[in-house]
Design a protein around this ligand. Structure first.
Ligand code: ADP
Ligand code: MG
Length: 831
């Protein structure tokens, strides 16, 4: 750290509440799944360790069976224990001492391999409870590692005393064995699958190249195995010197899903040897995790605490061709780090830049001619079709195309549809479902799978499940399936030709739907040719393709707001941004704009140095504006309220839903939360607080047409931010009560003063204070429903959304004097 400032180390704590809670209901299923995983692991271990000594291969199977039987007994015992706990039934329960010891040894062996994990924590808790109960009637409570306490005096046989009929036990055992076998055979086919990947054929050469060169650019067709295999090769060949291997991903969904896949391939539990770290969610175990998938943004954050990335022996910058801001900047910083941690040093850092085929040369040049390792892929021909005329409604066109394809094309052959975002995707899925319902059994079953960033991981996993015979799968995706995720079995691609991406105009950044580049269109089409010859149906004309699309995507750094980045670089000690060795530099104008906003925010001083406030802002993994609002809340004594609002703001777009047939109910439910004086911000808080009062209930969400998932996420984020408060020296517990909305809005305004607009004379439009952009309140805002006569004179908003017009979303009324109070520099300038 610059100036030797000491910071707390490590990323955020693992979440206290996670989405597993949602699955608590099926705890038994969960446990069973975990058990199978552990047994499969044991199977491998037993095989490895004992194959040599035991000439007779049957022995291992026998052992396995014995183990399975033990586990089964253990499970039955646990069930009984729980049942007894629940019923406060003091009847004794019995478990064979021999079994306990055996199980224990086996458990210990697994524990040693894996480190502690959630099942064990759960088991330990159960044990504690059991001990507490058992302690009431016996002195023979064993301390230490014993998992189950038994009482000789009340020794009752399982089958006699437990009321579990023998037949059921055998059935359970049988079922368990079957699951066991399935797990083992899945494991085998996984390993065979790994060997079929194009990368596998080049493994030796690839490993040799990594030995010889510190920086290697790897490029191949998508789906060759770069993401899933390279980190494993590095681990298996010990190229990271025993340190962790980081593999960055531009998107959180990709990081989570790929981590799950690699953990599966290695027979490891997610969060053990293989883990992931994304914003507000960390599934890694320090000292245990050897392969860590993380978003590029997270690695950039880690650099703040550990400027030499000392915990890593290798970093793979994956999907570098996407040119996200964070990957780009990491690329620059890694170039420097590579010099400091060269191959001749004690702790060398290996760097792999992995890219789809576009852009690979550019990287090689950037890294002073680093060798380019090209992996030839196997692809089939893809026939590309264009529409005759431009489509007015791409969503409808996509839905029709999917149905046409489904009806006219033979099975098997899955469909991949590229749309722009969650809203599109949900709508398309709904319509497809409705259409299929209408058609009934006149068409083959269509399995509809949405995929976008905020989808919970168990739903995401669905897209990878093999399509059953006689069915067709249709995956409806954002551009994430362009390169970061590979779904097997796709033969048809439907490409709407659009994507949502950031863009900046007049210094205002917004998320906009825009045409993709030709390079992306080619990439999308390529997804159809992975299993056999495929077809790509583009919902735009050939003319548009060749005349209206850009050749290559513009790097994000050149079309986004770079405030966050500038502050991060500044706090990493990069003083002169204009001289920074960017791969493609942002315009000087955009850099200056960012410096100015950061100065107005108080994060930089007039010399352009990071202030104390700036250092705190860097710590918060949200936009500088949200961070500043949170920090300011301490001055207004309303941190509890601002925590809620900050966490809810990111969910606001997906919070409410309106099922087609229940619009009226949905609207009236929403009406109940509406907070006119406090605008959207306080409305969001009202929703959250009411949900908390309803004890975080799912039913409540359904009744009120609020997305449970969004609230859960907000709750998670809120907890993480609350835990962070201490680090940035603000007392988290202050509260002013929901009624004092002036204070709350002032705190928010301290971050968002630049997002303010005044009502123009026409009484409908607003003009932003900085930039003087004409804009309106988005119809989804609670203020939009206001009679024109009551539209507030001055408002604050959280972002501008650009469609056919510029809209302000999340709007709240404010007073002019407040701006002067919280942001005097800005106010002087704006007046
Ligand atoms: P690349 O990075 O070169 O695009 P990947 O390593 O992502 O390739 O993918 C290799 C193969 O692994 C894919 O063809 C796919 O079959 C499989 N795969 C990748 N991710 C998953 C996943 N989450 N679930 C199931 N299979 C996956
Ligand atoms: Mg990949």
């Amino acid at each position: 750290q610059k100036n030797g400032t000491k910071k707390h180390t490590g990323s955020l704590e693992p979440p206290k509440v996670n989405f597993d809670d949602v699955r608590l209901k099926s705890r038994q299923d969960y446990l069973r799944k975990r058990e199978i995983e552990r047994v499969a692991l044991l199977a491998k271990q037993v095989e490895e360790e004992e194959r040599e000594e035991a000439q007779n291969p049957d022995l291992t199977i026998k052992e396995l069976e014995e183990f399975a039987a033990n586990r089964n007994l253990l499970k039955l015992a646990r069930d009984r224990l729980q049942a007894r706990d629940n019923a406060e039934d003091r009847d004794g329960f019995y478990m064979d001492a021999d079994n306990i010891t055996k199980t224990e040894t086996l458990n210990k062996r697994i524990k040693e391999r894996e480190g502690v994990h959630d099942l064990q924590l759960w088991e330990e808790e159960q044990t504690k409870r059991a001990k507490a109960t058992a302690g009431l009637r016996t002195e023979r409570v064993q301390e230490g590692d014993y998992e189950y306490v038994f009482d000789e005096a009340s020794k009752v046989s399982f089958l006699d005393g437990g009321g579990i009929p023998a037949s059921q036990q055998t059935k359970e055992l049988q079922a368990f064995k079957e699951q066991l076998e399935a797990a083992i055979s899945a494991e085998t086919s996984l390993q065979e699958g790994r060997k079929k990947l194009p990368l596998y054929a080049m493994r030796e050469e690839m490993v040799q190249a990594m030995r010889d060169y510190q920086i290697l650019i790897v490029s191949s067709e998508t789906g060759s195995g770069k993401t899933t295999q390279i980190p494993q090769y590095i681990l298996e060949e010990n190229l990271a010197g025993g340190l962790t291997i980081a593999c960055t991903q531009p998107r959180r969904v990709a990081a989570m899903s790929v981590a799950a896949r690699v953990a599966e391939e290695r027979g490891a539990r997610l969060g053990g040897e293989v883990g992931y770290s994304v914003r507000f969610e960390n599934k890694t175990t320090p000292g245990v995790t050897k392969i860590k998938f993380l978003t590029d943004g997270m690695l950039l954050r880690e650099l703040q605490d550990d400027p030499t990335l000392s915990q890593y022996g290798a970093v793979m910058l994956d999907e570098a061709h996407e040119r996200t801001i964070s990957t780009d900047v990491l690329g620059v910083l890694l170039k420097d780090l590579a010099r400091a941690r060269g191959l001749e040093t004690e702790q060398p850092l290996r760097i792999i830049i992995s890219s789809a085929t576009m852009n690979a040369d550019k990287f090689s040049q950037y890294y002073d001619g680093a060798p380019l390792f090209f992996v030839p892929g196997r692809t089939f021909a893809v026939n590309t079709l264009f529409t005759q005329n431009p489509e007015a409604n791409y969503l409808q066109a996509a839905i029709t195309t999917v149905m046409q394809t489904h009806i006219s094309q033979p099975l098997p052959g899955d469909i991949l549809v590229f749309l722009t975002g969650q809203q599109d995707i949900d709508e398309a899925c709904e319509e497809l479902e409705a259409t299929c319902k209408k058609l009934g059994n006149r068409v083959a079953p269509l399995i509809i799978c949405p995929i976008y960033a905020t989808l919970p991981s168990e739903v995401q996993a669905k897209i990878f499940e093999p399509t059953p015979k006689g069915c067709r799968k249709v995956v409806v995706s954002t551009n994430i399936a362009e390169t970061s995720l590979t779904i097997d079995g796709i033969v048809f691609v439907v490409d709407c030709g659009l994507e949502k991406s950031n863009s900046v105009s007049n210094g205002i950044s917004s998320l906009q739907t825009q045409p993709i580049s030709r390079a992306s269109a080619v990439q999308r089409a390529g997804r159809a040719g992975r299993v056999r010859d495929g077809i790509c149906m583009r919902l735009y004309t050939e003319y548009a393709y060749s005349h209206e699309l850009e050749e290559e995507p513009i790097p994000e750094i050149q079309r986004s707001n770079v405030e966050s980045l500038v502050l991060q670089l500044k706090s990493l000690g990069v003083d002169n941004l204009l001289d920074f060795d960017f791969i493609d530099a942002p315009s000087a104008e955009s850099l200056m704009g960012a410096l100015e906003s950061l100065y107005l925010l108080g994060a930089l001083n007039s010399q352009g140095e990071v202030t104390r406030l700036g250092r705190k802002i860097v710590e918060v993994p949200s936009s500088p504006q949200l961070a500043a609002a949170l920090i300011a809340s301490a001055n207004f004594g309303c941190t509890q309220e601002v925590l809620t609002i900050v966490s809810m703001l990111e969910e606001s777009a997906s919070l409410f839903y309106r099922p087609k047939d229940q619009k009226v109910h949905a609207d009236s439910a929403r009406q109940r939360f509406t907070h006119k004086e406090g605008g959207d911000h306080l409305t969001l808080m009202q929703v959250y607080n009411t949900w908390v009062e309803a004890d975080y209930s799912i039913t409540w969400c359904k009744e009120n047409f609020v997305q449970y998932r969004s609230l859960q996420r907000a709750r998670l984020v809120r907890e993480q931010l609350e835990a962070l408060c201490e680090r940035i020296e603000i007392p988290p517990e202050t509260t002013c009560g929901a009624g004092d909305y002036d204070k709350i809005l002032k705190a928010l305004l301290s971050g968002f003063f630049a997002n303010t607009a005044t009502l123009t004379r026409d009484g409908r439009h607003y003009r932003t204070l900085s930039g003087k952009i004409q804009t309106r309140i988005h119809p989804s805002s609670v203020l939009a429903a206001n009679d024109q006569a009551y539209l507030p004179k001055l408002v604050m908003y959280s972002e501008l959304r650009v469609t056919s017009e510029e809209w302000m979303s999340n709007v709240a009324p404010i007073e002019a004097s407040w701006i002067g109070e919280v942001a005097p520099h800005f106010w002087k300038k704006a007046k």
